[in-house]
Design a protein around this ligand. Structure first.
Ligand SMILES: [Fe+2]
Length: 257
């Protein structure tokens, strides 16, 4: 059975959310009502060869082909191609049924790839939007280089139940601690440190301040030249965020929160 079909059939109990990791910062969430939201779907190998002398060929298989992806909300955190991938968006078959969410430059990519204006929902830090039974609050993220100065993260709340903070690519800033006010149950954080992203040490500090129940590392697996061992984050989390449980994901396997 295809992963998309498995996700569609997966039952989600009340007051929970099911999630699947597709690699890098790519996530699919499912609410008890059956609403599906994706974040940063990178479902091609379009970054390979993007930067001379760096190995950005994908190491995680494409678990869902773009034309198979069928979500109600398609969200992206910023315009780097491992997050807003024009080739993934080009291949989607559900352009007329999904809502496409992201900061303005990302909305420009949606429009360029044929998404109708009425389906595009621009958002930004501190903006709250509600689509079906999912509330999405934009969070601050500090750009990692000057090729895109419009990074953001999301706090997503599913069916009035669990809240998850997705940092997105971000350099370290004390402004990241502002998410503490929203009391997320879990934090999904980048940990790779490369290209000015949060290091595992900085990510653990952010988790220590925000104090979720659970911290889930991501963005360490996709490219040979942008990888670290997530166990380093497990160790620093124990030191800098005692009481926050470490949760490592397996690509394509469900996790229920
Ligand atoms: Fe990235």
């Amino acid at each position: 059975m295809s992963l998309m079909k498995k996700i569609r059939e997966y039952p989600v109990p009340r007051k929970s959310v099911a999630m699947w990791w597709l690699g890098q910062n790519g996530w699919i969430f499912k609410t008890p009502e059956g609403t599906l939201a994706s974040v940063d779907m990178y479902l091609t190998d379009s970054c390979a060869g993007l930067v001379p002398h760096l190995d950005f060929s994908r190491q995680v298989p494409v678990l869902i082909a773009p034309e198979e992806l069928d979500v109600d909300i398609f969200a992206c955190t910023h315009n780097h191609q491992d997050h807003t991938d024009p080739f993934t968006i080009r291949g989607l078959r559900n352009k007329d049924t999904a809502h496409f969410v992201g900061p303005h430059p990302t909305c420009g990519v949606y429009a360029a790839e044929g998404i109708e204006t009425g389906r595009i929902v621009p958002t930004w830090p501190q903006r709250e939007i509600e689509l079906a039974d999912i509330k999405i609050t934009g969070t601050f993220a500090l750009p990692t280089d000057d090729s895109d100065l419009n990074h953001m993260g999301f706090v997503m709340q599913f069916g009035g139940g669990p809240k998850i903070y997705i940092t997105g690519d971000t350099d370290f800033s004390e402004l990241l601690f502002s998410v503490e006010k929203q009391k997320p149950d879990a934090v999904i954080t980048v940990i790779n440190g490369g290209f000015n992203n949060l290091s595992h040490w900085e990510a653990a500090e952010v988790c220590g301040r925000i104090k979720p129940k659970l911290a889930i590392p991501c963005h360490y697996d996709m490219f040979a030249d942008n990888s670290i061992d997530p166990k380093q984050f497990r160790a620093t989390l124990a030191l800098r965020a005692p009481g926050v449980a470490y949760q490592e994901m397996t690509h394509g396997e469900p996790f229920l929160l």
